[in-house]
Write a protein that binds this ligand. Structure first.
Ligand code: UTP
Length: 293
């Protein structure tokens, strides 16, 4: 597969029930970690991997994501007039030049697999990336997680799925892979088991929100029947893909924050605050004072 991933899909049509009531009107992906919404971290990671076409699979309530990446004429004019160049850069920098956004609607929340399938008319047959923005992966100054995966995918001519070791008692929350190691960080997947109880889990390597997939996955998704919870599961289509195409599990370099739940969002915010040039020291004092109480 090619090293550069031109197209990256962001399935963002979920209901975000764990953040109700905020998500009645605020898309989960627009929740900020410090001063940037989750979707911005995801888009930056896609661009770092070479993407020039960002495909957002949204629902009819999520106009904010399109607005956020659109040009803000009035605001930009005001900032320019008042010479606030740094802020102007910040506002203009949400989407780098040469990168385009395409919005596709998922008419009903029929599952992650179905959401990915909705992107088919835009992606076509080529390999593409998938990022779930609520899994924020922090890599500091190093290559983003998706770039690491795109490089491996090109090198091995294989699909690549991000995995992370989870505590054995948590296997029932994730898709778990059974895989044969081929290097320090990569393993060839034999089997994927959706949310197994710890006693029957083949490993503690859990699938997290990054994928590099061949275009063929769309045909397999078409054939996928609704599984757990009546949803079309991406893992079911990946299971079929295993029979015809190598798929690697990859332990990325970086730290993942599961911002799909409250504690994860707090952890990510704290991490970014502690590493922030302006408020890092004050945050550290705050945390130390709280620890002494
Ligand atoms: P989640 O399982 O986190 O569901 O979806 P959710 O609706 O976003 O949040 P909760 O659990 O109700 O709080 C994982 C990813 O798949 C997308 C979501 O937007 C999220 O990025 N998704 C899920 C869709 O795009 N469509 C679906 O039908 C389901």
């Amino acid at each position: 597969m090619q090293k550069r991933l031109h197209k990256v899909v962001f399935p963002v049509a979920g209901l975000g029930t764990r953040f109700l009531p905020a998500t009645k009107v605020v898309a989960k992906e627009m929740l900020p970690v410090l001063d940037r919404p989750l979707i911005q971290y995801a888009v930056d990671e896609a661009v770092d991997a070479g993407a020039d076409t960002l495909v957002f699979v949204t629902n009819r309530y999520k106009h904010a994501i399109a607005d956020y990446f659109d040009k803000a004429y009035e605001l930009e004019a005001k900032l320019a007039e008042s010479g606030k160049d740094a802020l102007l850069e910040l506002v203009r920098g949400t989407l780098p030049r040469g990168v385009r956004c395409v919005f596709v609607t998922q008419p009903e929340a029929l599952g992650l697999g179905h959401a990915v399938l909705c992107a088919r008319p835009v992606v076509g047959d080529e390999p593409f990336g998938v990022i779930l923005p609520d899994d924020l992966i922090w890599t500091g100054k190093g290559a983003g997680a998706l770039r690491q995966m795109a490089e491996l995918s090109a090198q091995e001519d294989a699909g690549v799925i991000a995995v992370e070791e989870v505590p054995p008692e948590d296997t029932h929350k994730y898709g778990i892979v059974d895989a044969t190691p081929i290097s320090d960080r990569a393993a060839k997947i034999r089997l994927v088991v959706e949310k197994p109880k710890p006693a029957v889990a083949p490993s503690n390597l859990a699938i997290v929100g990054r994928y590099v997939l061949p275009g063929r996955i769309f045909e397999l998704l078409e054939k996928t029947t609704p599984g757990a919870g009546g949803e079309i599961q991406l893992t079911d289509a990946i299971e079929m893909l295993l029979a015809e195409h190598p798929v690697l599990a990859y332990r990325f370099e970086g730290t993942r924050f599961d911002c799909g739940n409250k504690l994860g969002l707090v952890k990510a915010t704290l991490h970014m605050a502690l590493n922030d040039a302006q408020i890092g020291a004050a945050t550290r004092e705050l945390v130390n004072a709280a620890a002494k109480r």
